[in-house]
Design a binder for this molecule. Structure first.
Ligand SMILES: NC(=O)c1ccc[n+]([C@@H]2O[C@H](COP(=O)([O-])OP(=O)(O)OC[C@H]3O[C@@H](n4cnc5c(N)ncnc54)[C@H](OP(=O)(O)O)[C@@H]3O)[C@@H](O)[C@H]2O)c1
Length: 224
């Protein structure tokens, strides 16, 4: 690893948006720890990237719902690196349908929150000490338009009420982002939520998007 390389950790990166994020960050010159809860799937992902000539990437096994697994991953990283520059909390699940909140089972709601909200919170908490050792620590929480209360208040939204559990978990994730950024406002941390916009992945069974892709508001210089 080149000493000047930024070091990034991407959760849930064995496939989908996390995989692409890991790939593009490595191509941009970061050293990327590709986190996967399944060792075999993670190794396969790393090998696919190595097959593309990307060598600045390594696997780290981590299930974001399992605090022991996160602590183990943290210990492993601490033995390999002095500081972590970027944490991308990407791991996420859509949850089972239907997700109507008046009758849906609370255990399904909890399951979605365990990954999308508590998973990101506990991963962040564990890696903050390593991030604090960076000159420019960055935390990026991968959220969704469905976390927007404005979107969910609109009957024009084609997913109106369908992904209620998923939406609640992403709204909570956005709140976590804002509260945490507030806590770190006088430090060198930058903490943001992003939405990739609708992307056909396993999460949505690669369905076509029902709504027109909106132009995403890019992050300002200040946020980056
Ligand atoms: N696709 C979209 O349109 C869209 C839109 C907005 C936001 N997002 C967000 O983007 C992120 C990535 O989604 P995606 O579309 O790329 O979905 P995906 O293809 O299903 O990938 C999800 C990734 O998260 C991992 N994961 C799930 N639970 C985990 C856990 N407990 N611990 C560690 N990893 C876990 C999965 O691992 P396994 O392979 O082991 O299951 C997989 O690597 C999610 O946060 C999602 O909410 C997606």
């Amino acid at each position: 690893m080149n000493a000047k390389m930024k070091i990034a950790l991407v959760t849930g990166a064995n496939k989908g948006i996390g995989f692409e994020t890991a790939k593009q960050m490595a191509q941009l010159g970061c050293f990327v720890y590709l986190a996967s809860r399944d060792r075999a799937k993670g190794l396969d992902a790393v090998n696919r990237l190595k097959g593309l000539g990307i060598s600045n990437i390594e696997l780290i096994e981590m299930d974001v719902t399992d605090i022991h697994s996160i602590k183990k991953a943290k210990q492993e990283l601490e033995s390999r690196i002095e500081a972590l520059d970027v944490l991308i909390n990407n791991a996420g699940i859509a949850g089972e349908l239907p997700q109507n909140l008046s009758t849906g089972e609370v255990k399904n709601l909890r399951k979605v929150f365990e990954t999308n909200f508590f998973g990101a919170v506990q991963t962040t908490q564990e890696f903050i000490p390593l991030l604090k050792k960076s000159n420019q620590p960055r935390i990026v929480n991968v959220s969704s338009e469905l976390g927007s209360l404005t979107v969910h208040s609109s009957t024009q939204n084609p997913n109106y009420g369908i992904y209620a559990a998923y939406g609640c978990s992403k709204t909570a994730l956005n709140a976590f982002t804002v509260m945490l950024a507030n806590e770190f406002r006088n430090t060198n941390f930058k903490i943001n939520s992003v939405t990739p916009g609708y992307t056909a992945t396993d999460l949505n069974q690669h369905r076509e998007c029902k709504q027109q892709r909106r132009v995403q508001r890019p992050l300002s210089e200040e946020q980056l």
